[in-house]
Design a protein around this ligand. Structure first.
Ligand code: EPZ
Length: 423
């Protein structure tokens, strides 16, 4: 198990290249199952979550290979074992995104019901409701979801996919991937509009699917007979980009981000500017600078284009050092506050009130031994440690490796002092 020792305070200054999006890559890798042929994916980051899905896909029949240059080749000519094994699926909830493609390609799928995780319950009831609307028979057998398509295949339908927290990202992905090979037309109302969902839809259309309304809450999908393998480059990771933007802000630094789509980050840029952080467009990327004090700001997480829940923890770390009080409200995962207790160990002044946290800004954070718990909370702790006085030790760094490729190398290259140690 690795730990990070992080010396602070440091100031980040320099240029960093944003990787391809983890949350685009995962459903797109699953969607490659839909085409009997070879798909080449470019720009996919080297992350443990990606490796888990590579392994899972290879147990379903396809040949999966990662080249030296980082490209992933998925040859899905053969998909003859539509069963997602528990001991692989339990490692990563997003494995559930094989449901839709396997149901569409093989007419049957069995995948372990994903468990909860540190950010809360992760139900898939809306996924299953959407697939059932397309004609699938759904049952639960010893913790496994078993879905079978009717004899003649899935049939398109108008489907409302909204839930108590709004749209569902992977739920939209699963139903869309099932619908592309269904007979007739499917309309998904209250589809998720995240850029990663749009990226998946663009990938599917490049494979021969017929999806309209991409990026809007209403997707219209005309079923086709077959799809073909393609070469495709995934979009950049707006959550990694946002994490580095907060890094510049929390350390009073100046960071140039390369390969970052500011157009997909308007809610994030709005909050940064509200906090007194300067964000400038810079050919295909941006420059983020903070010179004055961090100003307090209120943040509420919402489905895209609202403020992304995946940057809530990172912004909390920054607002812990703001002048004045901020209120952060989590409308997507109301329990996504594992980072609060750890930040308070660093002398932050955070008080949880239901699905909100009152952040009373303090003058400084103090280094302490802390525990990573989930991917984005762990990234927030790294950011806090960069600004804290002293050497912070973060345990269970594997959480960070799930979603950030060599984060310590990238941060050290622009002024951080992070040492990774195996214990
Ligand atoms: C995706 O998870 C992302 N993961 C998450 O990022 C992200 O936090 C989340 O979307 C929200 O943006 C990937 O893309 C791999 P949801 P997903 O279904 O699709 C409820 C990260 O850090 N819901 O959009 O699983 C659910 O409980 C990860 O990279 C139901 O009630 O999230 C939540 O409250 C963490 N029933 C809300 O909807 C369902 O059937 C949104 O969840 C499905 C979801």
């Amino acid at each position: 198990m690795d730990i990070f020792s992080i010396e602070g305070p440091t100031r980040l200054a320099g240029k960093v290249k944003v990787n391809g999006s983890k949350n685009s890559s995962l459903p797109i890798m699953a969607a490659a199952l839909l085409a009997p042929g070879k798909t080449v994916l470019k720009g996919v980051p080297r992350l443990s979550d990606i490796a888990v899905l590579e392994n899972l896909l290879s147990t379903l029949g396809p040949k999966v290979e990662r080249l030296e240059n980082g490209d992933i080749i998925i040859d899905a000519t053969v998909v003859d074992n539509p069963v997602g094994e528990y001991d692989i699926v339990r490692k990563m909830r997003a494995s559930v995104c094989i449901l839709g493609p396997l149901l569409a390609r093989c007419g049957r799928v069995e995948v372990s019901m994903p468990g909860g995780c540190a950010i809360g319950d992760r139900p898939v009831d809306i996924h299953l409701r959407g697939l059932a609307e397309l004609g699938a028979k759904i049952s639960l057998k010893n913790g496994n979801i078993v879905a079978t398509a009717p004899q003649g295949g899935l049939v398109g339908k108008d489907i409302f996919l909204g839930g108590p927290f709004g749209a569902t990202v992977l739920g939209t992905d699963n139903v869309m991937m099932a619908a592309v090979l269904a007979k007739g037309t499917t309309v998904i109302e209250m589809a998720a509009c995240e850029p990663e969902v749009a990226d998946l839809a663009n990938f599917l259309n490049a494979m021969g699917a017929k999806i309209r309304g991409i990026g809007s809450p209403r997707l219209t999908i005309e079923g086709v007979k077959q799809l073909h393998g393609i070469e495709y480059t995934v979009i950049s990771d707006r959550i990694e980009a946002g994490t580095f933007m907060v890094g510049a802000a929390i350390t009073g630094g100046e960071v140039e981000l390369d390969n970052c789509a500011l157009g997909d980050m308007m809610a994030v840029v709005d909050r940064l500017r509200n906090c007194g952080v300067c964000v400038e467009n810079n050919n295909g990327g941006c420059i983020v600078t903070r010179t004055g004090e961090i100003k307090a700001a209120d943040i509420t997480t919402q489905p895209y284009p609202g403020f992304p829940t995946d940057l809530q923890a990172q912004f909390m770390a920054m607002l812990a050092l703001a002048e004045g009080n901020s209120i952060i409200t989590e409308k997507i995962f109301p329990d996504r506050f594992m980072h609060v207790a750890e930040l308070n160990r660093m002398a932050a002044n955070l008080r949880k009130e239901g699905a909100s946290v009152v952040v009373a800004g303090v003058k400084k954070l103090i280094a302490a031994p802390i525990m990573a718990s989930d991917l984005r909370a762990s990234a927030a702790l790294v950011l806090a440690a960069l600004a804290a006085e002293g050497t912070t030790v973060i345990n269970r760094v594997y959480h960070i490796d799930r979603g950030y490729e060599k984060i310590e190398e990238k941060l050290n290259a622009i002024g951080a002092k992070i040492m990774r140690q195996a214990i």
